[in-house]
Design a protein around this ligand. Sequence first.
Ligand code: GLY
Length: 393
Amino acid sequence: MKKYLIHLIILALCPVLSAQLVSKQKLRSLAEESALQYHVLKSELNGSAAFPQTYDKAAQKLVTSNSGWWCSGFYPGSLFYLYELTGDTVLYQEANRLLVPLAKEQFNVTTHDLGFMMYCSFGNANRLHATPEYKQTLLNSARSLASRFNPTVGCIKSWDSKPGDFLVIIDNMMNLELLFWATKVTGDSTYAKIAITHANTTMKNHFRPDYSSYHVINYNPQTGVVQQKRTAQGYSDGSAWARGQAWGLYGFTVMYRETHNPKYLKQAMHIAGFILHHPRLPKDMVPYWDFDAPNIPMAPRDASAAAVMCSALLELQQYAPRKLSETYLKAAETMFNSLSSDIYRAKPGKTGGFILDHSTGNLPNHSEVDVPLSYADYYYLEAMKRMKDRIYN
Ligand code: GLY
C-alpha cells in the first residue's frame, strides 16, 4: 500500500515530458529491450497453452487466461510486432505456437471480442505470411462475430444478458476492422455493411454533446429503443472512462480508413479534441483511469488507455488537416515518450516480462488496478511499429 502511494505521488509530481521526436536509434533500443522482456514472459509460460493477462505483484506471479478470454490474441499479436521490429524468429515461433490453442475461438459465438482475439493474432499472422488456413480462421471468426448483429437495433451485441436487454459497449468499435477485412477478401459486402450500421448506431447513441462516450448502451432487442445509458468499468454512468474514450478514438479512425466517409474522420477528431483538451489529462498525457475519477491527482493511471490513444493518433494524424495533424503527432510522441520512460516501463526482467506497468483493467470491480496488462503492451508495440514504418522511414 505504501509503495502504491509513493508511486502515485511520483506520478502526480512527474515532470512535463514534452513532445520530442523519437530517434530511430531510440526506437531500435526500445524494441530490443521489449523483446528481451517477452523472452522472460515466454520462459514464464514455459510452453503451456495459457495466455498472459497480467502480473500479480503481491504474489509475484504471472496471471494467465484460457483462449476464451477477450485478451487471448494480444500476446501472439505483440510477438508478431516484436518479430517485425527486431527480426527475432524465436518470438515469431512463440506467436505461432499460441495460434494453435487459440484457433478454436473462430467458432465462438458467445463473445463480441473476436476482433481483439482473432484479428490482433491471426490478422497479424496473415499479414506477415498469408496462408489459406489463416484466411479461413479469420473468415470463420468474422462470421461468428456477424452472427451477433441485430438489424432492428443496428448493432452487434457485446455482452449476453437477460432476454429484454441488448448490451453494446463502446469497446465493440474495435471489433469492426475484422469485418472490413472479410468483405475485402470475399467481396461479400454484408460484413462491411454490418460494421457501418454498428458504427452509425454507436455514433448516434453512445456519445454525449462533448464527444465523450458512455460505456454501455442497453437497447430493447425487439424495438431498438435505448433503455439505459450506463457504465460498467467507469467511475459513474455519466463519467468518461479513459479506455472507453481510447476505444472510440481508435474505432472511428479505423472507420474513416475503411470507408473514407468524412463523418467518421470528424467523429474521431471530435473524440481526440475531448481527450487532448481535457483539463484533467495529465501533463505526461497518460490518463487517469477515468477522466472523472474522484481522487485525481491520486487516482490510478491507465497506461493501456494511453497506448491505445497513442497508436490511434499516429494513424489519425495521417488523415487530419495539417494543424490538427501536428497536434496529434505531438500528443502521440508525448504519450509514447511517457510510456517509454522509467516511470511506466517495467524494470528489465521484472513484472513477469510485461513491457508496461501501471494500467487499470476494471477498478469498480477491484480487478487489475495499477498493473501490467497484455493489451497495453500490444498497442504500445503497435505505436512503436507505426512510428518506425510510417513516420520515420
Ligand atoms: N472490455 C475491454 C476493456 O476492458 O477495455
